[in-house]
Ligand binder design. Structure first.
Ligand code: DQA
Length: 146
C-alpha cells in the first residue's frame, strides 16, 4: 500500500472561488476526487491543506520518517520560505520524493513568483497545467516507484 501525501499551502483552501481566471473553478474537494480516481490500485491519496507554515513543516517531517512520497504545492511559501525549503531538503536528502507543483505557471506571472526557494531541493517541478499538474506529479511518482 503506497500513501501519497498531497500537501497544499496557504490560500489553496479557497480554490474554487479564489481568482478562478488563474486557478480555475475546481475546489480542493474536486482535486481530491480527481486524484483518488487516478490513483493506481492499492494507492491512497491523502490530500491536506494548511495556511500554517509550521504545520506544513511537520507534515514534511512525517514524510521524512515514513518515506511517503509527497506532492507539494507550497503556494506563496514557494517564493520566500527557507524554513519550508529546509524541510523539503530533509525529505529529499533522505532519499524521499517531493514533487513541487503549481496550478498556474508562476514564470508567466509577476516577477516575485519567478523565484522558487523550493525547486533546488525538490525532486522535480511541474507547473502551469491546472489540476493536471498534480496528476502529472502522481504519474511521475508511479514511474519512480515502478
Ligand atoms: C501557486 C502559485 C503561487 O505563486 C501562489 O502564491 C499560489 C498558488 C500555484 O499553484 O499556481 O498560491 O502555487
Amino acid at each position: 500500500m503506497t500513501t501519497v501525501l498531497v500537501l497544499n499551502g496557504p490560500n489553496l483552501g479557497r480554490l474554487g472561488s479564489r481568482e478562478p481566471d488563474v486557478y480555475g473553478s475546481g475546489d480542493l474537494a474536486e482535486l481530491d476526487r480527481v486524484l483518488s480516481a487516478a490513483a493506481p490500485a492499492g494507492w491512497t491519496v491523502e490530500l491536506r491543506q494548511t495556511d500554517d507554515e509550521a504545520t506544513l513543516m511537520s507534515w514534511l517531517h512525517g514524510a521524512a520518517d515514513s518515506g511517503a512520497p509527497v506532492i507539494l504545492n507550497p503556494a506563496a511559501f514557494t517564493h520566500y520560505s527557507y524554513a519550508l525549503r529546509d524541510a523539503v531538503a530533509l525529505v529529499t536528502k533522505a532519499g524521499g520524493t517531493v514533487i513541487e507543483v503549481h496550478i498556474s505557471n508562476p514564470h508567466a506571472r509577476e516577477e516575485f513568483r519567478h523565484t522558487s526557494v523550493i525547486s533546488a531541493v525538490a525532486t522535480g517541478v511541474i507547473a502551469g497545467f491546472g489540476f493536471d499538474s498534480y496528476l502529472l506529479a502522481l504519474h511521475a511518482i508511479g514511474l519512480r516507484t515502478a
